[in-house]
Ligand binder design. Structure first.
Ligand SMILES: *Cc1c(COP(=O)(O)O)cnc(C)c1O
Length: 370
């Protein structure tokens, strides 16, 4: 349904109705499918840590109490895990909230926010919500390109969002390139490094951004518990940045933005590094396996360092991404359509359980013979 602004009732402010609402990954299959493998939202196939589950159960007995509005124990646990000062950490209701707060605080109507061609779509939504102008920069080989970003900067640019690695491509840029990007930006432009998949990356030339945040005045890093920690349903993210940026964010955020169960889950999860390691090992086994098997089927796969892969389908209509999606869904394999990200003929697949991974490869092999 499209809603029009009319005179005789309350009207959203200009721009709001131009926003295309975020479409989350599907979680259902057609009727009659008995077992569903949800591979559409980059969730952890091993689930959350047992310790996080136990911690949440413990909170159920005192739901009447408001949470600590500064999520102190969670900031301390994160600080301990990564060697960071908790005073430079802000916990949020998913990292989406951190992205939204940054846009709200740093963009005035008409200011420009930059992100790249196949970048995470949440950036566009929050830039528009703040009245800002989304500026989309071309990528090269499905990877962000520093020179193109720098060329797009104007006196109206206030913020640059870079997901490294990016979703849905799974590609990344080496940290030397991130530094070159920072060096080329005016000091008044805020660089947001979205490191939602940092824990999965096993590359010598990759860094999430901690050192750059420490040494600069205009860089923040966002992180999430939704991916490696398997806590998407709890909505926990965090931002690491200088105090002069955390201060205004703290003024505008909801006073109890992270709930009590989420705080407990997050503390237990980040202390359970064995579960993190097990998750990384699972990914290290199945990401290359999927890449190889799908390539053997003749499908192009974008090289990924995350916990998901982008699978490109042949141009022929009979074997299009849309047809593949229907074929897989009918067998309970739910992948992600990514037309909104500029990939009308690709599907994004989360690295799943062994059963799911083998099942998708077998199903796609059959599909390509149809
Ligand atoms: C999943 C994801 C997030 C995290 O979102 P949450 O709100 O923390 O669940 C952030 N950025 C990117 C690029 C993602 O893919």
């Amino acid at each position: 349904m499209s809603i029009e602004a009319v005179q005789d009732r309350p009207t959203p402010k200009p721009g709001v109705l131009d926003i295309a609402a975020y479409v989350p990954g599907k979680s259902t299959a057609p009727a009659g499918v008995s077992k569903i493998h949800k591979l559409s939202s980059n969730e952890n196939p091993l689930g959350a840590s047992d310790k996080a589950m136990a911690a949440v159960r413990d909170t159920a007995g005192h739901m009447e109490f408001y949470p600590d509005g500064s999520a102190t124990v969670l900031r301390e646990a994160i600080g301990e895990a990564y060697g960071l000062n908790p005073a430079n950490i802000l916990c949020t209701n998913g990292s989406d909230e951190a992205i939204g707060l940054l846009a709200q605080v740093y963009l005035q109507p008409g200011d420009e926010g930059i992100f790249t061609e196949h970048g995470f779509l949440v950036y566009r939504i929050y830039i528009q919500s703040a009245g800002g102008v989304p500026v989309v920069v071309k990528e090269k080989d499905e990877t962000a390109e520093v020179d193109a970003i720098l060329a797009a900067v104007t006196p109206r640019t206030k913020i640059v969002f870079l997901a490294n690695p990016n979703n849905p491509t799974g590609t990344y840029i080496p940290f030397a390139e991130v530094r070159r990007l920072h060096a080329g930006l005016p000091k008044t432009v805020l660089l947001v490094l979205d490191a939602a998949y940092a824990e999965y990356v096993r590359r010598e030339d990759y860094e999430s951004g901690v050192d750059l945040v420490k040494s600069a005045q205009n860089v923040v890093m966002t992180r999430t518990f939704s991916k490696i920690h398997g806590l998407g349903g709890m909505r926990i993210g965090w931002l690491y940045g200088p105090e002069h940026i955390l201060d205004p964010l703290n003024r505008v955020r909801g006073p109890f933005n992270v709930n009590a169960a989420a705080i407990a889950a997050g503390v237990a999860a980040i202390r359970d590094q064995a579960h993190v390691e097990k998750t990384v090992q699972h990914n290290e086994t199945w990401l290359p396996w999927l890449t190889e098997e799908l390539t053997k089927l003749g499908l192009r796969v974008t090289p990924s360092v995350g916990n998901f892969i982008l699978i490109h389908f042949p141009p022929a209509e009979a074997h299009s991404a849309a047809k593949a999606d229907d074929y897989l869904s009918a067998q309970g394999y739910i992948l992600r359509r990514v037309a909104g990200y500029g990939f009308p003929n690709a599907l994004r697949m989360t690295v799943g359980s062994e059963e799911a991974n083998r099942g998708v490869v077998a199903a796609l092999s059959d599909f390509l013979k149809t």
